[in-house]
Design a protein around this ligand. Structure first.
Ligand SMILES: NC(=O)C1=CN([C@@H]2O[C@H](COP(=O)(O)OP(=O)(O)OC[C@H]3O[C@@H](n4cnc5c(N)ncnc54)[C@H](O)[C@@H]3O)[C@@H](O)[C@H]2O)C=CC1
Ligand SMILES: CC(=O)C(=O)O
Ligand SMILES: [Mg+2]
Length: 606
């Protein structure tokens, strides 16, 4: 059942207190300049004199010791002056300049980098994550200075089992893997897509407190079908068309075997794979390895939380979800993932395993328009949502009907875009949403990055009306509606779930990620907002509380794994301890497991 009571949760201060406990010593096997050049251990001018002596650093740094707080303040001052000095310059120039200054810190001193990221997540998420990460991927060749993560290419076939041991960290908990074939809404960017696993893992550190020494961004380079990149002499990936069929799968198989041989307890998140491989690899590995596909499963949970919020925003009980009319634009991995999860929620609410309500509540469109059973070569994944003819169908809505026609005839409660097509919710479509059967129509323009959003926030309020609830995948400013009224902009992005799914799966020690664990994550997010917030159109929490949300989501995932008898525990906290924990204790445990960036005393060991 869908629970809407807010769960007992530790305050943000508590989460921070647990995480910021006095740091234990950190063993380092290097000395001297090797430490200064290692961002995991480097403290720049922050090394105390005693440590400089112990680690052979004396004389390698200017004599004055600068405290962490001073280093932090100095970085923030440089960042703010960069913001000031680039005011009025084009968006791309400013965004990349901001990304560069953060990236330089990331390359130099991870402790300081992650602290500024955590403390300023609202300002910095749009730089290290969507939308700027899209721009970074597009310009990767020119921006590349130092490698980050690992690259496994089609040329490495047969070598991956040994290559995986080239990674310097003895333990890896979380891997984000892409093949670069569908980077945000930007298409096939080949090897340049590595920016996405890097950005997602930065969110893992910021939101879930994953230890940066235990994360690994991975690019699986099987070629690219992007003609421009293939012709580019400076392109850094394999200049060959993408592998297909069994050749492709054998590369992914080999990588997965290598990873789980070295780190049997790691979690692998598949990210930004083109649809066919997204579904196929999920099917292939989900019971064999601890993995999930974020675009299919993470997005589905976030969208479902938003859809349930949209019901509540109308002043209706959540169970009325089954009566909502939902138009989904985009029949790709994300759109179909959302519909599958929404359909299961409807069936659960109706207490049924199979029969949908007499009025099928979903309409699906792709690049050819409305998807119906008359479609030739109907994709099997979309077939469940193809409209038929007869009772429950709207007269005159035929195969391939345009978005405008569908919106006008269906008068949906929700219009949800996961098409990757910027501006497709145009003035006419948005105006048609004024005739929605909902007193508070919901418009979710979830495609990324910003230029690919189906509409802007201001257009949504301007054309569809002040009473809408609005969410977008990339951030927009809240909209000034005049007379002191504000149109609230929600960010409906899988970042609210994937960190908690990964952390919860890790701490539970489950061998695979079940539907129940994913459902628990979605339910937790759905119940996070109070009725007062929902009434104001606030369907998702502020990103500034993302660690707090992730502690809750992670705990929900752990508890679902325990309930399904999948949990085996992690480290010193075994199955029995997990079983004995109350909900509150589980949240505490998850929060306490989060890494928090402070300088640890370094101890040299040969
Ligand atoms: N907000 C979030 O958390 C997430 C957002 N996304 C975004 O969703 C978008 C799609 O992602 P995927 O489903 O993985 O891509 P995909 O490539 O698998 O699917 C795209 C779908 O859009 C359809 N489409 C293309 N042009 C269209 C048009 N003019 N009208 C209607 N439909 C059209 C295609 O036919 C296809 O069905 C991307 O922009 C991605 O950034 C994806 C995952 C999470
Ligand atoms: C957010 C995300 O995962 C995407 O746009 O693909
Ligand atoms: Mg994605």
């Amino acid at each position: 059942m869908w629970k809407l009571a807010r769960s007992a949760a530790p305050s943000l201060r508590q989460v921070r207190r647990f995480s910021a406990a006095i740091p234990g010593p950190c063993i380092v096997h290097k000395r001297g300049t090797d430490i200064l050049h290692d961002p995991w251990f480097n403290k720049d001018t922050g090394f105390p004199l005693t440590e400089r002596d112990r680690l052979g650093l004396r004389g390698l740094l200017p004599p004055r010791v600068i405290s962490f707080e001073q280093q932090y303040a100095r970085f923030m001052e440089s960042f703010r002056s960069l913001e000031h000095n680039t005011r009025g310059e084009p968006y791309n120039v400013v965004s990349l300049a901001k990304w560069r200054i953060l990236n330089r810190l990331h390359d130099r001193n991870e402790t300081l980098y992650y602290r500024v990221l955590i403390d300023n997540i609202q300002d910095f998420a749009p730089i290290i994550y969507t939308p700027t990460v899209g721009l970074v991927c597009q310009n990767y060749g020119g921006l590349f200075r130092r490698p980050r993560g690992m690259y496994f290419s089609a040329k490495d076939k047969g070598e991956m089992m040994s290559m995986i041991y080239n990674w310097p960290s003895p333990q890896v908990d979380m891997i984000v893997l892409t093949d670069g074939s569908r980077i945000l809404g930007l298409g096939d960017l080949g090897v340049q897509g590595i920016g996405i696993p890097i950005g997602k893992l930065d969110m893992y550190v910021a939101a879930a407190g994953m230890n940066p020494q235990k994360i690994l961004p991975v690019m699986l380079d099987v070629g690219t079908n992007n003609e421009k990149l293939l012709k580019d002499n400076l392109y850094l990936g394999l200049r060959q068309p993408r592998l297909e069929g069994d050749e492709y799968l054998s590369i992914v198989d080999e990588f997965m075997e290598a990873v789980f041989t070295r780190w049997p307890k790691a979690i692998v998140q598949f990210e930004d794979f083109q649809m066919k491989w997204a579904f196929e690899t999920l099917q292939r590995y989900r019971r064999k390895f601890c993995m999930f596909n974020d675009d299919i499963q993470g997005t589905a949970g976030v969208a479902l939380a938003g859809l349930l919020g949209a019901v509540r925003a109308q002043g209706r009980p959540v169970k009325d979800f089954v009566k909502q009319k939902i138009v989904v634009v985009g029949a790709g991995s994300a759109g179909i993932g959302v519909l599958n999860m929404a359909k299961h929620a409807v069936l659960r609410m109706m207490g049924s395993c199979e029969a949908m309500p007499a009025q099928n509540p979903f309409w699906l469109l792709d690049k050819f328009g409305l998807v119906t059973k008359d479609r030739k070569d109907l994709d099997p994944a979309a077939a469940h949502f193809a409209r038929g003819s007869g009772p429950g169908e709207i007269e005159g809505l035929q195969e391939g009907a345009s978005l405008l026609e569908v919106v006008k005839k269906v008068k949906p409660h929700v219009l949800l875009g996961l098409s990757g097509v910027g501006g497709i919710f145009n003035e006419e479509v948005l105006k048609a949403m004024r005739e929605s059967d909902s007193p508070r129509p919901a418009i979710f323009a979830m495609s990324n990055p910003t230029m690919n959003a189906e509409c802007t926030a201001s257009d949504a309020f301007k054309y569809a009306g002040d009473n809408i609830v609005f969410a977008s995948g990339s951030p927009f400013q809240h909209v000034d509606l005049g007379n002191g009224k504000v149109g609230h902009v929600n960010q409906a992005n899988n970042m609210y779930l994937f960190p908690g799914i990964g952390l919860g799966a890790l701490l539970s020690g489950a061998h695979f990620i079940s539907d129940g664990m994913l459902q628990a994550a979605a339910e937790c997010l759905a119940s996070y907002m109070t009725d007062e917030q929902i009434e104001k159109g606030i369907l998702f929490p502020s990103i500034s509380s993302i660690r707090h949300i992730t502690a809750q989501v992670g705990a929900a995932v752990v508890r679902a794994a325990v309930a399904e008898e999948l949990a085996e525990g992690h480290g010193e906290v075994g199955m029995k301890e997990l079983l004995d924990m109350s909900q509150e204790e589980t949240v505490d445990y998850v929060a306490r497991s989060m890494w928090y960036p402070v300088y640890s005393p370094l101890v040299h060991e040969k």
